[in-house]
Design a protein around this ligand. Structure first.
Ligand code: 26V
Length: 820
């Protein structure tokens, strides 16, 4: 370019109210093609988003240019899910434009809160794993780590949940219906991703090589999202791939004349990124899901190798330039894909390629449940990705040779450690462990159990690979944006700077002893409850009473998380009053909030949802309770609702069976917002309790070794029902049809599951849980002491910033440097 304007980098509009108004109106007129007087809410929202974008773009382009030129090692975060939540407020905060935008919009007669409310959140994830990825990209940008997030642009995110007769109904989440103002589509940067076909060998000038002859392919079109760091001028990229029909399909339309067949084929291609699988932890082995995984991973590797890496790059140096972090096993097919690219396409010899690959990947495991460990059948892999299957076999053969060298001809061990099982299933966690430079769990206890149980034999062989990185959450979204009143109070006490240095919250410890500060803190909590009341009243007609203890359990519905234990507590309180054993005036008024989606195919989980609603319908309307117990179950719990619920909570329910919840991240969000936890010694609860102290945490239930012991001894849940009169009464009441208009069959499966199976030992922990809830009531009676504990929870949980997690990844796994 020669024009002087083309030589200079783009510049942002002036960061003033006038500058913002001008840019906003320009977008409204030029991009939306409407005048302000005729603009709809959607027009205004889209123009506002475009305006915020305009302020970020210059930095974004600059950071992309630098990242290309920079020799520094970068992180490619590979995740099938990013549960981003709404973007507008976050991007305003990150760019420091909140006040300017508020004023500018007001000057145009627009209330910025109506604009915030207009955004549909991109729900491109199921729960903890997807939200963690979103927190991590925020921290990566805030810490200026050269990095790029790769994932899938699902056309339909996690389903929208509605209740009909108390039962969950799933509705499609058409989050793109109004258009998505935060993304940039880049068709020119598309990659081709191939599938199926066969493999063959050929003579390449004297060298016999393998190659893959695929049967069909799709186009992967990237959509780039800006990921601004918090007020640091850094803007990273999240690149989400969308599947489209290839040119080949179009050609076929033209040539064959079979128009309908060609259009059908196009639909087939576009199915790949159509919908997020709503299963959380029970893989179904569905072909489309494997297609999704390979689709985004192959596109991402090709993008990195051809668009990010310089053309003449010496591949031996790849490990100094990039690390691919595998978010659970979903992207693990990247390992054989990298081998295929290096060996078949770049013509490296196998050993050199394997040496490189082993240094370029690291694997994060997010589960302990054996049923959640992904496997793919050899048949399916062979059909869909024949060359990758060959590569996996060779990786496995060479690995088993090493096992043999090390441990001798121990056939049992060889079977146990084989990547391909006797049942012809490829164990993706084993492949990731063998291939990865590092394997990490997501909380101390989880990492320990990975080494002792799930991957024990791998730990014996390669202990240096195993490490822990305890999860974290972004304080920008989950403290600053979700809880502006608490943030103001903290800033008034500590000054600024704590949002990017969250350990500074420690300085609040002394404020816990200051009665004025405690009063102010209690006022914030009360205001957050009123705000939640307003949200829920408007949304679902639920009321949150000012004087109730707000007891919250929000997370995916899963048996191991034990929503039924929470229900047994509620039913016990109810039964005490209606049986006359406890005077209603002796009840601590409580509102129980649930939020939970069940996987559509998980029958027991759906029945528990029904039961929560059924118990609510009875408890909420029984005049004998005088309104002292309320069950509130707003449908469609998502990031947006979490941001309103968590800051209002008094009590955080983290009651999974010890040894089952890998970490939890909701637990961290609650503590940071001044809720006290009632919880088991599980996942990150262990670390939360260590930090906040036993006096500020309600511990109950068996420890993980106690769980193991009871299980080994032969667990008989019925004996626990026999031993606790109130437990029996609660189960009987549910079984009697008290919550199903006398119909005993509706919830019988839930009751008999607990009495005769109870895989997650709900009954074994019941007595201890009820006792802990009584300690909660007693503690809440001294409101000022409770507030002190709540402040100490905030003060002592700065460790759980995802900035700290990312620093740990850098120190223990990535060994990258921040950008200049
Ligand atoms: C997810 C899926 C989703 C689609 C169907 C197949 C399938 C198979 C396995 C999984 C693993 C789910 C793992 C997960 O979400 N783990 C959660 O990760 C959080 C972040 O580390 C952690 O806080 C939670 O404790 C853990 O349950």
């Amino acid at each position: 370019a020669t024009h002087p304007l083309a030589l200079a980098p783009v510049s942002s509009p002036p960061a003033t109210v006038d500058g913002f108004v001008r840019e906003f109106l320009l977008n409204l007129n030029m991009e939306r093609g409407v005048a302000l007087s005729a603009a709809t809410e959607t027009d205004k929202y889209m123009a506002l988003a475009a305006t915020v974008r305009d302020y970020l773009v210059a930095r974004w382009l600059e950071d992309q240019r630098r990242q290309r030129e920079d020799q520094r090692k970068a992180v490619c975060y590979l995740s099938a899910e990013y549960l981003l939540g709404r973007q507008l407020d976050n991007n305003l905060l990150a760019s420091g434009l909140t006040d300017i935008a508020t004023e500018a919009l007001a000057a145009c007669g627009i209330d910025i809160d109506t604009m915030r409310a207009h955004e549909v959140e991109p729900g491109l994830g199921n729960g903890g794993l997807g939200r963690l990825a979103a927190c991590f990209v925020d921290s990566l940008a805030t810490l200026s780590v050269p990095s790029i997030g790769y994932g899938i642009r699902y056309e339909y995110g996690i389903f929208r949940q509605v209740f009909r007769g108390g039962e969950q109904i799933e509705k499609p989440d058409a989050w793109l219906a109004l258009g998505s103002p935060w993304e940039f589509r880049h068709p020119e940067a598309a990659q081709t991703v191939s599938f199926a076909g066969h493999t063959e060998t050929y003579d390449d000038g004297g060298v016999i090589r393998s190659r893959w002859v695929p049967a069909w392919s799709v186009r992967a079109v990237p959509y780039n999202y800006m990921v601004p760091g918090y007020q640091n001028g850094r803007v990273n990229t999240l690149r989400l791939w969308s599947a489209e029909a290839t040119k080949a399909f179009d050609l076929r339309t033209f040539n064959s004349g079979d128009y309908v067949e060609a259009v059908r084929a196009q639909t087939f291609a576009e199915n790949i990124s159509k919908v997020l699988y709503p299963e959380d932890s029970t893989p179904q082995g569905k072909e489309l899901r494997l297609q999704q995984q390979y689709f985004f991973v192959a596109a991402s590797i090709a993008d990195y190798m051809t668009k990010v890496l310089p053309e003449d790059f010496d591949l031996e140096d790849l490990p100094d330039r990039v690390i691919f972090q595998l978010n659970d096993t979903h992207p693990v097919i990247a390992v054989p894909e990298m081998m295929r690219v290096l060996v078949d396409e770049r013509k490296l010899d196998w050993d050199a390629a394997w040496a490189i690959t082993q240094k370029c990947f690291a694997y994060t495991c997010h589960t302990l449940l054996p049923e959640a460990l992904e496997v793919w059948s050899v048949d399916l892999l062979g059909r869909l990705l024949p060359r990758h299957l060959e590569i996996i076999y060779r990786i496995n053969d060479e690995f088993l040779l090493r096992v043999r060298e090390r441990f001798g001809d121990d056939e049992q061990r060889l079977r146990d450690m084989s990547i391909v099982s006797e049942h012809r299933a490829v164990r993706m966690a084993y492949l990731a462990t063998v291939a990865g430079a590092k394997v990490n769990g997501v909380a101390e206890l989880h990492s320990q159990l990975l080494r002792e149980k799930v991957l024990h034999q791998f730990d014996e062989m390669m202990p240096e690979k195993f490490t822990n990185v305890t999860n974290g959450v972004t304080p920008r979204r989950f403290v600053r944006l979700a809880n502006p009143k608490l943030s103001e109070l903290i800033t008034a006490a500590l000054g600024t700077g704590w949002l990017t240095d969250l350990e500074r919250l420690r300085e609040l410890e002394s404020y816990a002893e200051d009665p004025d500060f405690r009063a102010a803190f209690a006022d914030v909590k009360a205001a957050n409850k009123r705000r939640l009341n307003d949200v829920l009243m408007k949304r679902d007609g639920f009321e949150i009473a000012d004087d109730h203890l707000l007891d919250v359990m929000v997370k995916r519905l899963h048996e191991y998380k034990r929503q039924t234990l929470k229900l047994l507590h509620i039913v016990t309180l109810y039964e005490r009053v209606v049986s006359g054993r406890v005077a209603v005036s002796d009840l601590q008024p409580r509102t129980f909030i649930f939020g939970a989606k069940a996987a559509p195919g998980y029958a027991m989980a759906k029945r528990v949802i029904h039961l929560i609603n059924a118990v609510g319908a009875v408890v909420n309307n029984d005049p004998r309770l005088e309104g002292r117990l309320k069950v509130v179950f707003p449908p469609n719990y998502n990031v947006t609702l979490a941001e309103r619920v968590i800051p209002a909570a008094d009590l955080s329910e983290q009651i999974s069976l010890a040894g089952k919840e890998a970490s939890g991240t909701g637990n961290m969000k609650f503590a940071l917002n001044g809720a006290l936890t009632i919880g088991t010694d599980d996942g990150a609860n262990v670390e939360i309790r260590e930090l906040v102290g036993d006096d500020n945490f309600f511990l109950f239930g068996m420890s993980e070794p106690e769980v193991e012991e009871l299980w080994a001894a032969g667990y008989r849940p019925g004996e626990f029902a026999q031993a606790d009169d109130e437990l029996r009464r609660a189960l009987d009441l549910i079984g009697s049809g008290a919550f199903s208009e006398g119909d005993r069959s509706t919830f019988e499966p839930v009751v008999s599951n607990l009495l005769y199976d109870d895989r997650f030992m709900v009954l074994a922990d019941y007595t201890s849980y009820i006792a802990a809830q009584e300690r909660v009531d007693a503690a809440y009676a001294d409101r000022d002491a409770w507030t002190r504990s709540a402040i100490l929870n905030v003060a002592r949980t700065g460790f759980f910033s995802s900035d700290r997690s990312i620093r740990d990844y850098i120190d223990r796994i990535w060994h990258t440097q921040p950008a200049r």
